[in-house]
Design a protein around this ligand. Structure first.
Ligand code: SF4
Ligand code: SF4
Length: 491
C-alpha cells in the first residue's frame, strides 16, 4: 500500500478506544487506518459552585482519613494495621488472623455491592467525588494551578519556548508533585508496617529495601496517574467505567444537558430574549473547558463522563450572568428529561425494584457480618495430625498418636487455656512430654504451637480409625472451641 500525505486526508472517525483516520489516496479503495493517535493534553479550567464545594469536602474527608488514620493508636499499637510480617490484621479492637480472611472477603463483597447500589441510584458519583484517581488528579491539578496558573496560562506556558522562568515553574511543580506522591507512598506502606517505626527508620535513613521499594512504587504510581495519565485512567484503564452501564437505568441520576431548553445554541447579546430565536445555551464552551475528561456534555451522556458536576457549576454561573434560570446542565434522570417530571416525581423513582433488591442483599450481608463478628470466639484453634508418625508404642505399654495444635489468641490480653480430648475410653493427653495438668498460656494477639500426644493403653481397643475431639477452653471468657481429628490404632 502506498503512503499518503496528510494533505490528502479525509474524514476522522471517532471510536471508543481509538481514533481511526481514513485517508484516501485514490477516489477508489486505498485506505490507511491508524489505530493510534497521540492524546491531546487536557487543561481543565478551574471552577467554583455547589458541586465543586462538595468535591473538595470529599477530597478533604478522604484524605484526612487516608493520611490520618495510620497515626491513630489503639492501646499500645496502631489502630488500623495490616501487619504482613506477623500476619495479623488489627482493626481497632478486632484482631484478625489469615484464617479470618472470610471477614475481609465479606467486607470487600459489601463494598462492591454498596458501589452497585450507589451507582444504580446516583450514577458515577463515586468516580467524580471519592475515587482515588479523581481525588489525586484534583489535588495535582490544584498544585499545577497554584504554580503555573489557570487553563490559559498553562496552555501558554506549555507552548512557549524554554526559558529560566518556565524551567523554574516546571521544576517547582514536579518537585511538589513528587514530594506529595512520596508522602502518599509512605502513608500507604504505613498501613502494612507500623507507621511510627517506619517514620523513625526514615529519619535515621535505616528504612529496609522492601519498604523503600513499596514507598517509591506507590509514590511513582500516584505521580504517574495523577500527574500525567489523569483522565486516560478513567477512559481506558478503569474496569468500573466499562461495566457501570449495566447498573444504569432510566431512573439513575446522571449529569444531563437540557437539550430542549438549550437548543438552538448560539452567542447573543445579554438582553436578547431566548425564546425568540435561540435556546439558553450561549455556546460559550465553558462546560467543555472545565471538564476533566475533555468531553462536551451537550452531545449527550458519554461513558467518559465521571459525573463530577463541574460543567453544571460553570453553566449555572453563565446562566446567572445572562439572567436565565439555572439548571441547563444538572443532575437528572433520563425519565425525568423525557417525561418532564418534577423533582418530587424523580425522587420517588429512587425506590424501584433494582434498588430494593440491592438494599435488601446489602442489609442481609451487613447484618450477617456484624452477627458473625459479635458471636466470634476470641480465639481460634487448628489441629494437624502428624502424618510422619502413624502410631507408636510409648513407655508403660501405651499406644500414642502425635498432633500439632495451634491456639491463636485474638484478644489483646494474656489468655489461659485448658485442653482436653475425648472420643476413646481411657484417652490421655500430653503436651510436649508433660501430662496436661496446667494451663496453656498464650500472649496477647499471638499464636502458640503445641506438640500433643494422645495415648491409650495398648490393646484396649480393636485396630482401626477412631474419631477424637480436642476441647480447648478459655479460662477468661469460659468459651470452648472443639476440633475434630482421628486416632489410629494399627494392626
Ligand atoms: S456552559 Fe452552558 S451556556 Fe456555555 S456552552 Fe456549556 S451549556 Fe452552553
Ligand atoms: S461532562 Fe461534566 S460531569 Fe461529566 S466529567 Fe465532564 S465536567 Fe464532569
Amino acid at each position: 500500500m502506498k503512503d499518503v500525505s496528510p494533505t490528502e486526508a479525509a474524514p476522522k472517525i471517532q471510536g471508543k478506544n481509538a481514533t481511526k483516520t481514513l485517508e484516501k489516496t485514490t477516489p477508489l479503495t486505498e485506505v490507511v487506518i491508524s489505530l493510534y493517535e497521540a492524546q491531546e493534553k487536557i487543561y481543565p479550567r478551574s471552577t467554583s459552585g455547589f458541586f465543586t464545594k462538595w468535591r473538595w469536602v470529599m477530597i478533604w474527608l478522604t484524605q484526612l482519613f487516608f493520611y490520618g488514620v495510620p497515626w491513630i493508636n489503639w492501646g499500645h499499637r496502631q489502630a488500623l494495621l495490616f501487619d504482613l510480617e506477623t500476619k495479623r490484621f488489627y482493626i481497632f479492637n478486632l484482631v484478625l488472623y489469615p484464617q479470618d480472611l472470610i471477614y475481609l472477603t465479606a467486607i470487600l463483597v459489601i463494598s462492591a455491592l454498596s458501589l452497585f447500589l450507589f451507582t444504580a441510584i446516583a450514577g458515577r458519583l463515586w468516580c467524580g467525588y471519592t475515587c482515588p484517581q479523581t481525588v489525586y488528579t484534583e489535588i495535582f491539578l490544584w498544585i499545577e494551578r497554584k504554580i503555573e496558573g489557570d487553563r490559559a496560562a498553562r496552555m501558554k506556558l506549555d507552548t512557549a519556548a524554554m526559558t529560566t522562568k518556565k524551567l523554574v515553574k516546571k521544576s517547582c511543580k514536579h518537585f511538589a508533585w513528587i514530594a506529595f506522591a512520596l508522602w502518599t507512598g509512605f502513608t500507604f506502606v504505613g498501613y502494612f508496617t507500623p507507621i511510627r517505626a517506619l517514620a523513625n527508620e526514615l529519619i535515621h535513613l535505616n528504612i529496609s529495601p522492601w519498604e523503600t521499594f513499596w514507598v517509591c512504587f506507590y509514590g511513582f504510581a500516584t505521580y504517574g496517574n495523577a500527574g500525567f495519565l489523569r483522565e486516560q485512567v478513567c477512559k481506558y484503564m478503569c474496569p468500573y467505567a466499562r461495566f457501570q452501564s449495566a447498573m444504569f437505568d432510566d431512573d439513575t441520576l446522571v449529569v444531563t444537558y437540557d437539550e430542549a431548553r438549550g437548543e438552538p445554541r448560539g452567542g447573543r447579546s445579554r438582553k436578547l430574549e431566548t425564546s425568540k430565536t435561540l435556546g439558553s445555551c450561549i455556546d460559550c464552551s465553558l462546560c467543555v473547558q472545565v471538564c476533566p475528561t475533555g468531553i462536551d456534555i451537550r452531545k449527550g451522556l458519554q461513558y467518559e463522563c465521571i459525573g463530577c458536576g463541574a460543567c453544571a457549576d460553570v453553566c449555572d454561573t453563565v446562566m446567572d450572568k445572562m439572567g436565565y434560570a439555572r439548571g441547563l446542565i444538572k443532575y437528572s434522570t433520563q425519565n425525568t428529561m423525557t417525561n418532564k417530571w418534577s423533582h418530587k416525581q424523580m425522587m420517588q423513582r429512587i425506590l424501584r425494584p433494582r434498588v430494593i433488591i440491592y438494599t435488601s442483599i446489602l442489609a442481609f450481608l451487613v447484618s450477617a457480618l456484624l452477627a458473625s463478628l459479635w458471636l466470634r470466639t476470641p480465639f481460634r484453634v487448628d489441629v494437624i495430625r502428624d502424618r510422619g508418625v502413624m502410631a507408636r508404642l510409648a513407655d508403660g505399654g501405651m499406644l500414642e498418636n502425635v498432633y500439632r495444635l495451634q491456639i491463636m489468641n485474638g484478644t489483646e490480653s494474656i489468655q489461659h487455656y485448658q485442653l482436653n480430648a475425648t472420643g476413646i475410653k481411657g484417652l490421655l493427653i500430653e503436651v510436649d512430654g508433660t501430662e496436661i495438668n496446667q494451663d496453656v498460656i498464650v500472649k496477647p494477639a499471638e499464636s502458640r504451637w503445641l506438640s500433643l500426644r494422645l495415648e491409650i493403653p495398648d490393646g484396649s481397643v480393636e485396630p482401626g480409625s477412631y474419631p477424637v475431639e480436642f476441647e480447648i477452653k478459655s479460662l477468661q471468657s469460659k468459651e470452648t472451641v472443639t476440633e475434630k481429628s482421628i486416632f489410629l490404632v494399627p494392626r
